[in-house]
Design a protein around this ligand. Structure first.
Ligand SMILES: *Cc1c(COP(=O)(O)O)cnc(C)c1O
Length: 408
């Protein structure tokens, strides 16, 4: 009797161009890392891979923290770990909310038995640091939480002042840099972060499944000294720290060995490119993309002063079926972008300008696709204006680079 499985053919995924805000495309050497020989999670070779990964992550986070590692799990695991380790039942946390991910943090605080004091801004705006200060004066808070790059809106949150306010009120700052690490400047030490976490699959361009995280020495001391043990055993950061850094490398979980090879290679590539050059590359492609979008007479979403280089949110025209454009973009051009979340569902597109996906080829193809598919629905005339506008941004950048190169 044949089992059902005999009728299932081997998995054969389509080749996509990934331009949603994660996951992003994988560099060839990251793919090679995924098919390298598997070792055990306590093999001396693998332990050295962990050591290298930690060292490289410290460079990418620009931190002096000893605790800098990757947790098994996606960005959400980093968020869960940060909050469950710092919040004990009865604690108050000030949560900055200007999009979906802030809302999720408040929900986790409540599930930890904590009180979430929310400081909100409309979607498309950053949170006002003065509002955070006011909340900290009114409430005795243990923790302050903010999202550096709100992927649901494409907005960048300034953090210096919020970090200062947290320090003045003796509260621990947690920052979500899932959409920004490896794409724009991320400086947890300067912000005075207790914990800063990210994810493997966005601007770092490793596969989804790992959450890079860094914890200050003071926050580690606080976690070790807690009166109540961390609610979820699996994410207790002291166990992870001991597996990564203690002499005995105490077993806590079977590390995702292949994913860790891949992350090591991905962060090695980030360091090899150079942080400043990488940030400049993200800005250049965002500039070209937004020039193309403007040439189509489409508006960007959100406050222009705070727009993220790594997530571009575009208002879709009322007369156009935006979901159909996205579906055709995927099926005919092989390009994936994302739609809006929450109240912005059906109203915006969210385009990732992230990591290995952020290339001139990809941006030009995406713009050509959008222009063609909008014209199919009667919006615009498909004159090639979007590609032309983006191309002129690229030529200007090449001209400027050549001028610098030729300066004696
Ligand atoms: C993607 C994202 C997350 C969640 O990460 P997952 O890997 O999907 O769990 C959290 N915060 C921000 C800002 C994100 O962009």
């Amino acid at each position: 009797m044949a089992s059902d499985s005999t009728t299932v053919s081997p998995v054969r995924p389509p080749q996509r161009i990934l331009m949603a805000p994660g996951p992003t495309e994988l560099p060839p050497t990251v793919i090679q890392a995924l098919i390298a020989p598997l070792t055990g999670h306590k093999d001396p070779f693998f332990l050295s891979v962990m050591d290298d990964t930690a060292r490289l992550l410290r460079q990418v986070f620009q931190t002096r923290n000893r605790t800098c590692l990757s947790l098994p799990g996606t960005g959400g695991a980093g968020m869960e770990a940060a909050l469950t380790n710092l919040i004990q039942p009865g604690d108050t946390a000030v949560v900055c909310i200007n999009g979906l991910f802030g809302e999720r943090m408040a929900e986790i605080v409540r599930r930890c038995g904590g009180k979430a004091v929310t400081v909100t801004a409309p979607w498309g705006e950053p949170v006002d640091p003065d509002d955070v200060r006011r909340a900290l004066r009114a409430e005795r808070a243990r923790v302050v939480m903010a999202t550096h790059g709100e992927t649901s809106t494409g907005i960048q949150q300034p953090l210096d002042e919020i970090g200062q306010a947290a320090r003045e009120h003796d509260a621990m700052l947690v920052v979500d840099t899932v959409a920004t690490l490896g794409g724009i400047r991320v400086v947890p030490d300067q912000w005075n972060c207790a914990i800063c976490f990210s994810a493997s699959q966005k601007c770092l361009s490793a596969p989804p499944g790992l959450a890079p995280i860094t914890v200050s020495d003071d926050a580690m001391a606080y976690i070790r000294g807690r009166a109540t043990p961390v609610q979820n055993w699996y994410f207790d950061l002291d166990f992870h720290d001991r597996y990564w850094f203690a002499e005995e490398r105490a077993y806590h979980h079977t590390a995702p060995v292949l994913l860790t090879y891949a992350l090591r290679e991905a962060v090695r590539l980030v360091v090899e490119e150079g942080l400043d050059d990488r940030f400049a590359r993200h800005k250049l492609h965002q500039k070209a993309l937004t020039a193309g979008i403007s040439a189509l007479e489409l508006d960007l979403f959100g406050n222009p002063t705070f727009r993220l280089p790594t997530v571009v949110a575009v208002r879709t025209p009322d007369a156009v079926d935006e979901a159909r454009v996205r579906a055709e973009l995927l099926n005919e051009f092989g390009v994936e972008i994302a739609g809006g979340l929450g109240a912005q569902a059906g109203k915006i597109w969210r385009i990732g300008v992230m990591g290995y996906s952020a290339t001139q080829d990809n941006i030009l193809l995406l713009l050509a696709g959008i222009e063609t598919l909008l014209a199919r629905q009667g919006y615009g005339n498909d004159t090639g204006a979007a590609v032309a506008a983006a191309s002129s941004v690229y030529s200007a950048a090449r001209g400027a680079a050549a001028a610098v190169a030729h300066t004696p």
